[in-house]
Design a binder for this molecule. Structure first.
Ligand SMILES: Nc1ncnc2c1ncn2[C@@H]1O[C@H](COP(=O)(O)OP(=O)(O)OP(=O)(O)O)[C@@H](O)[C@H]1O
Ligand SMILES: [Mg+2]
Length: 337
């Protein structure tokens, strides 16, 4: 339903997209996962014909979107990352205005607005002015705008940012219902758990390149090896942490050690052939080496491990790095970690 072929885009000296190719099958809920600045918005804007690529091809439902953007747009609903909603209008007025921009027949538009009001649970507040809406209400109204003309493909740029847990769950459910009803849904996100839980397939974008693509389970299985998260009681000095890392690196069965500073005193280990015996052995060896263990837990690889494997850093670290590139205060914070 969506095919991107070797898309590239530069902003001056910055290569925002570098030969990105993706295929999204019809009826798929597809996740585009990546840290800040990875190129997600650029990619989605090109796909929705709002931005021209330097090179590459875009096809939507078999339509060449670069040659025939108008026909491609009829197939597309786009919910942007940041939407400026007119605060004076009510939600209903905004939808009516949008419907007239889409040239929907007025009777059909009224019917469609009623349908969407029901689907998105907007009845209670749709006749209030938009200026009084919460973030979750605004997000649902954005979604309604994108869905007004019943597009075959719905594209959403970070739709759940800033939503509370309940609103996020409600939005997830709507997206799943749309997918089950046959709509192809493509959403970008920098939340690993979101893409893991929601997407049938995903691509991880990093520095404008696709670094991994597949189903969430398939990608995790490809990695192999189990993960052990070790939490330690406070280290008195950074030296102690380094000493512990040295001990861990020498333990039998440990393939990789990553001190995860973003999560307090957690250390992530990649281990071969885990199981309770390995945990017992680790515990004993750590005890002998006087590493102050708080807990040891074993888990299957996560999407963050997929990201770590491909880039050598966690998604969280990538986010912090991209923030610190823009903000000297955050940089200071990063240096203090
Ligand atoms: N109009 C522009 N002019 C110059 N650089 C831009 C422009 N738009 C985006 N960029 C840069 O291109 C890169 C990709 O940006 P993009 O907005 O596509 O990333 P993103 O993955 O959507 O990030 P976020 O998660 O923060 O929304 C970033 O380095 C960004 O600073
Ligand atoms: Mg973006």
């Amino acid at each position: 339903m969506i095919r991107l072929d070797q898309l590239s885009k530069r902003y001056g000296a910055l290569q925002a997209l570098d030969a990105v190719s993706l295929e999204v099958p019809a009826g798929c809920l597809y996740g585009l996962l990546g840290p800040n600045g990875a190129g997600k918005t650029t990619c989605l804007r090109i796909l929705c014909t709002l931005l021209s690529p330097d090179s590459g091809e875009v096809s939507i439902a078999g339509i060449n979107a670069l040659n025939d953007p108008r026909a491609a747009r009829e197939q597309l609903g786009y919910v942007a990352q940041e939407v400026a909603i007119d605060k004076i209008l009510t939600g209903r007025e905004l939808l009516q205005l949008q419907a007239s921009l889409y040239h929907l027949d007025p009777a059909a538009a009224l019917h469609r607005i009623d349908e969407l009001t029901e689907l998105l649970g907007m009845a209670e507040w749709l006749d209030r002015r938009c200026g009084t809406y919460s973030g979750g209400m605004r997000r649902r109204l954005d979604l309604a705008c994108g869905l007004l003309h019943s597009p075959a493909v719905l594209v959403l740029d970070e739709p759940t940012v800033g939503l509370d847990i309940e609103s996020r769950a409600a939005l997830w459910q709507v997206l799943q219902e749309l997918r089950d009803g046959g709509t192809t849904v493509l959403l970008s996100s920098h939340y690993l758990e979101e893409v893991d839980a929601l997407a049938d397939r995903l691509a991880i974008l990093d520095g404008g390149k696709v670094i991994a693509e597949g189903t969430p389970d398939g990608l995790k299985q490809e990695l192999g090896g189990d993960r052990v998260t070790l939490r330690v009681k406070e280290f008195a000095t950074p030296k102690e942490a380094q000493a512990a890392q040295g001990v861990l690196q020498r333990l039998d069965g440990v393939r990789q050690v990553v001190i995860n500073r973003a999560q307090g005193h957690a250390i992530n280990l990649v281990v071969e052939g885990g199981g309770p015996a390995l945990l017992d052995r680790l515990r004993q060896q750590l005890d002998e080496a006087a590493v102050p263990v708080f807990s040891l837990a074993q888990s299957r690889p996560s999407l963050d491990d997929v990201y770590l494997q491909a880039t050598g850093r966690t998604l969280m670290d990538a986010e912090l790095a991209s923030v610190s590139n823009r903000d000297p205060k955050a940089e200071k914070k990063q240096a203090m970690r």
